[in-house]
Design a protein around this ligand. Structure first.
Ligand SMILES: [Zn+2]
Ligand SMILES: [Zn+2]
Length: 629
């Protein structure tokens, strides 16, 4: 048989040849370094036969950053982990152990609970395996044999997996450890140059809380020590910036079981919240939006009309009402805005009509899905619905994109736009979709924005543009969305009289640019590492009087700054000056003014976050700050 190589040359192989055979035919060095074969865009184990006529690529240890290459390394590492745990903890039962985005894990049922300190011992055992060296063998077995072997080994989780598996059943063996596994795996353990167990967590078997809770051991592995070091540094930086940690340290918010997934905002957190709200209001007015306020709860019929009952019911909080009615807390603002539009006779002269509302929404999430401010049940969107005619769509989308680009620029985050087009279950004709997709594309190009195309991922009612941002740690976040909708206005029977005196149904653009305020603030905390730009900082200046006799003068400085609109505090605690300065640094306050015998309003000692020190008079400090507000 023949296969094609990346340089378009053809390789002749005997029928049934494997990826490893192909590598050997090319050269012994390649065969030695080979880890995977990519065929037809997907990867497979080197030990599996190739399909004739396919284009193949052999991945080697030099592809150390390739996601598939990392996945196979980490999957094999997970098997080494299971081997070590089996040896150290007789009677342990093993469940599953896949590679994940930044590493791998394996789930175990331990005979007795283990603590974090066990990780070191297990890691040492894996090191020993690596020193000895392991190589993997692959075998296909019948379902009955697989079942019998796993029953004999007393591995109930694996038996369950065999019972549900489709396709051929394979086992991989290294050392004296055999695992039910689809693969692929490395040839041997030599490429695993750096491995670390990172943490321990509880995990329900199959993610179902009705099942037994297992112990999950997380780890990661790389092709070089340098790659592991870089990863650990980045992890440490992410931990330092974790918004939950900084939320406490900076006294911004907290979460509590009294109200799961619904943040309590502290005064300093509210300063940030209100700064974003002010920004949203100011820009909305400038861009021709009008603010509205619609109810938090609607009867079930409204949700049936909107389609949420069918698509979103599981995520809604429901409340009994009267004898036989039920109200649903809104997970989205759309139905309220539709009803508001329908409340009056509308003409083409009213369009575009841009309703803005940043109301509290509630979404019933699984407890396990909640995560700090990033996944909450109490969501505040900077929401708006734009009612417009067909001819106005492109301009309205352009306006939303311009607004989004303005916001992201303000926070110095890199924005990425993704256009999603008609899905399989679309409503409406292809001609209609041709038109709406073109309108979105044209708006993107007119605004000069590069975008990725995501074919087939639009909503069933229309195409959409999703907004993603990349933070300083290089992580990508889905933020806002701009969605065109021709269906909901029809379901609510919305009409306006056109210039032709005929009745028309308006289009609606649903758009949220921050996305949710909770999530946006969570991401901003991490993006800035808590060191907010001056205009967002909860406390902008802290005045530190050196002694008791300087307190009066320090308060005078505070009052002058406060008059100029600067958020200022005086730290009058009986602590040393250096301790109070250090605390201001920990709280990441942009300016600290020290006031002692040598200082006066003509001569202030000003320390800026980041270390710059200067002597300034109060007027010039106010001038500096005013430029940053
Ligand atoms: Zn496996
Ligand atoms: Zn909406």
């Amino acid at each position: 048989m023949k296969v094609l190589l990346p340089d378009d040359s053809t390789l002749e192989l005997p029928d049934g040849a494997t990826g490893l055979d192909a590598a050997q035919a090319i050269g012994p060095r390649l065969a030695d370094e080979a880890i995977l074969v990519r065929q037809n865009g997907r990867v497979q184990d080197l030990r599996q036969p190739l399909e004739p006529g396919q284009r193949i690529q052999i991945l080697t240890t030099r592809d150390r950053q390739d996601p598939d290459a990392l996945a196979v390394l980490r999957h094999s590492s997970a098997h080494l982990l299971a081997e070590a745990v089996r040896r150290l903890y007789p009677g342990v039962k093993i469940a599953i152990g896949p590679p994940i985005e930044n590493g791998f894990y394996y789930d175990f049922e331990f005979p007795a609970p283990i603590g974090e300190e066990a990780l070191e011992r297990i890691e040492a055992e894996i090191e020993r395996e690596l020193d000895e060296g392991r190589s993997w063998t692959r075998e296909e077995v019948s379902r009955d044999e697989a079942r019998a072997r796993l029953l004999a080994e007393n591995e109930p989780y694996k038996v369950e997996l065999v019972d549900e598996a489709d396709g051929p059943i394979t086992f991989y063996t290294q050392g004296d450890f055999t695992d039910l596994c689809r693969g692929p795996h490395l040839q041997d353990s030599r490429p695993i140059k750096a491995l670390k167990l990172t943490s321990l967590a509880g995990a329900y078997w199959r993610g179902d809380e009705h099942n037994r809770q297992l112990t999950r051991i997380y780890g990661t592995a790389f092709y070089t020590q340098e790659d592991l070091d870089t990863y650990l540094e980045r992890l440490e930086e992410a931990r330092r910036r974790d918004h939950r940690r900084l939320g406490t340290q900076l006294d911004l918010f907290h979460l509590s079981e009294h109200a799961p997934g619904m943040p309590f905002w502290h005064p300093k957190g509210m300063v940030i919240w209100n700064a974003l709200e002010d920004l949203r209001r100011r820009e909305n007015i400038r861009r021709g939006y009008v603010e509205v306020k619609t109810p938090l709860m609607y009867d079930v019929d409204t949700w049936k009309t909107s389609g949420h009952w069918e698509k979103f019911r599981d995520e809604m909080f429901l409340l009994p009402y009267g004898e036989d009615r039920q109200l649903g807390l809104k997970p989205m603002n759309c139905p309220g805005h539709m009803l508001l539009f329908a409340n009056d006779l509308r003409s083409y002269r009213d369009l575009p009509l841009r309703y803005a509302e940043s109301s509290t929404l509630h979404r019933n999430e699984r407890a396990g899905a909640l995560h700090g401010l990033l996944r909450v049940q109490h969501v505040t969107q900077d929401d708006a619905h734009i009612f417009c005619s067909r001819e106005q769509i492109e301009d309205e989308i352009f306006g939303c994109l311009d607004f989004a680009a303005f916001l992201y620029d303000l926070f110095s985050v890199e924005a990425r736009f993704e256009l999603s087009t008609r899905p399989d279950n679309k409503l409406g004709t292809d001609e209609e979709w041709d038109f709406t997709e073109a309108a979105l594309r044209t708006a993107l190009e007119r605004r000069g924005l590069a975008y990725d195309l995501n074919p087939g991922d639009g909503a069933f009612y229309g195409p959409k543009i999703d907004l993603h941002m990349t933070d300083v740690l290089g992580r990508s976040w889905q933020m806002g969305t701009i969605q065109l909708d021709s269906q909901m206005p029809q379901r609510f029977g919305l009409r306006y009289t056109g210039s032709d005196n005929e009745e028309h149904t308006p289009y609606v653009v649903h758009r949220a640019l921050f996305g949710s305020l909770e999530r946006f603030i969570g991401i901003l905390i991490e993006h800035y590492g808590g060191a907010f730009p001056v205009w967002l900082a909860p406390v902008q200046v802290r005045v530190v009087p050196v002694g008791e006799s300087h307190r009066e003068a320090a308060r005078g400085v505070r009052d002058r700054l406060a008059e100029a609109g600067v958020r200022t505090e005086v730290d009058e605690r009986d602590e040393t000056v250096s301790k109070r300065i250090r605390d201001a640094e920990v709280e990441k306050i942009p300016y600290v003014v020290v006031y002692g015998d040598r200082e006066s309003e003509e001569r202030l000692a000003v320390r800026e976050r980041g270390g710059t020190q200067s002597t300034q008079n109060l007027e010039s400090l106010i001038g500096d700050l005013a430029a940053k507000l």
